[in-house]
Ligand binder design. Structure first.
Ligand code: AMP
Length: 376
């Protein structure tokens, strides 16, 4: 067990690393961040910022010597770097768990193994697999790159074999999954923490709405039947247990129009759809990440108030953000990530709307969104 005063490391210096760093330092830990960007959001907050590439052996050596335990804020850190560190200090989640979450085929195969439904899918290693994959799915489908896809990037909708062939070329002939296109009723996610003793703390289910493939708002509690809510938490817990996972894990599900719930994907780290926990839960997802990494007992994940989280993308900066339109509301909590440059679609911050009912929280979210110029 690592107590306050120990040194924790995080691979990746984006907003997730920043919020981990803030939580860890608040709890009395020292924090080392590895990120190649000199201005990284987490580097600004850390005791030490190793400004180097994720493959840099000197930086990794230093990280391994200085840190008692290291985690990640990004699933695509090179496996060799994680293994190199694991020989020098505690690393959680493990390289094996990261490996599963990096690959859509591996994560869907594991999800099946742990008893979760998924969309029908067919693997495409290379162009030779296209005809067979189309014959398996045989209908409207999504072609998704197996690796490195995020925020709706690396995926193309296809309606015929011809379109599939063109889409595969557009994606650069990389290994892909062809997934049956499902009739979605809603999208939900579960964030949980699991520690080395196998204790699990599950946060309330979030209902997520996306725009242009990027998370727009999360509504909590999710407006789903109790049975769906319970099943989502159970499925996420089963996955964490099955992977012997240590850390914070986010699992995204689809609720279908016929009431079924299917696994979509997982992220081996805190998640954008868990940012509501920062202001609305007894313990937030970053404190939980610190506790899990340090081998501590987990905190109470209980929801203290209904909440709606709104993402702030760089688009809002294009006409000068009207912060007072948010801050004049006592129920709004603003979080900005300290990014130097605002670009369209770039996640710059978020805010949480707290209210006595989920309907009131949603109304506050929609009014304030409109007031700062986010258009539907
Ligand atoms: P993903 O990168 O897998 O999270 O997909 C991005 C978004 O595409 C999801 O949030 C869904 O809105 C949509 N989507 C992904 N897979 C499917 C599917 N099999 N059927 C219908 N919609 C999907």
């Amino acid at each position: 067990m690592l107590l306050p005063g120990a040194t924790l490391g995080v691979l990746g210096g984006g907003q997730l690393g920043r919020m981990f760093t803030i939580a860890a330092r608040t709890m009395g830990y020292r924090v080392v961040v590895l990120d190649p960007d000199f201005t990284s959001p987490a580097g600004q907050m850390a005791d030490e910022h190793l400004c180097a590439d994720y493959h840099d052996r000197n930086a990794l050596q230093r990280m391994g010597e200085t840190c008692d335990a290291v985690t990640t804020e990004w699933e695509n850190v090179p496996a060799e770097s994680v293994e190199f560190l694991a020989q020098r200090c505690t690393v959680a989640p493990s390289a094996a768990a990261l490996g599963v979450a990096q690959d859509r085929l591996a994560e869907k195969t594991k999800a099946h193994e742990f008893g979760c439904d998924t969309a029908p899918f067919a693997n495409i290693e290379d162009a030779g697999d296209l005809v067979h994959a189309w014959s398996v799915i045989d209908g409207p489908a999504l072609l998704k790159t197996r690796r490195m896809g995020y925020d709706g990037k690396g995926q193309i909708r296809v309606n015929s074999l011809d379109e599939l062939v063109t889409a595969h070329e557009q994606l650069g002939f990389v290994p892909c999954l062809l997934e049956g296109f499902l009739p979605l009723e809603r999208e939900i996610s579960v964030v949980l923490a699991r520690n080395v003793r196998g204790e699990i703390a599950v946060f309330p289910v979030a209902e997520n709405q996306h725009r242009n493939g990027i998370l727009d708002i999360s509504i909590v509690p999710a407006r789903v039947p109790e049975a769906i809510d319970r099943k989502a938490r159970e499925m996420a817990s089963r996955i964490a247990q099955g992977l012997d996972y240590v850390g914070v894990l986010a699992v995204e599900f689809f609720v279908l129009q016929d009431g079924r719930i299917v696994f979509n994907e997982m992220a081996p780290r805190p998640h954008n759809s868990g940012h509501y926990t920062l202001d609305a839960c007894a313990t937030d997802q970053f404190q939980q990440q610190v506790r899990a990494l340090a081998g501590l007992p987990l905190g109470d994940p209980r929801l203290l108030t209904p909440v709606v989280m709104v993402n702030l993308l760089g688009d809002v900066w294009m006409h000068g953000p009207q912060w007072l339109e948010l801050l004049k509301h006592p129920g709004v909590q603003l979080h900005l990530y300290g990014k130097a440059e605002a670009r369209q679609g770039r996640k710059m911050g978020h805010y949480n709307c707290l209210a006595p009912t989920v309907e009131d929280a949603l109304a506050l979210a929609l009014t304030t969104r409109a007031a700062i110029g986010i258009q539907d």
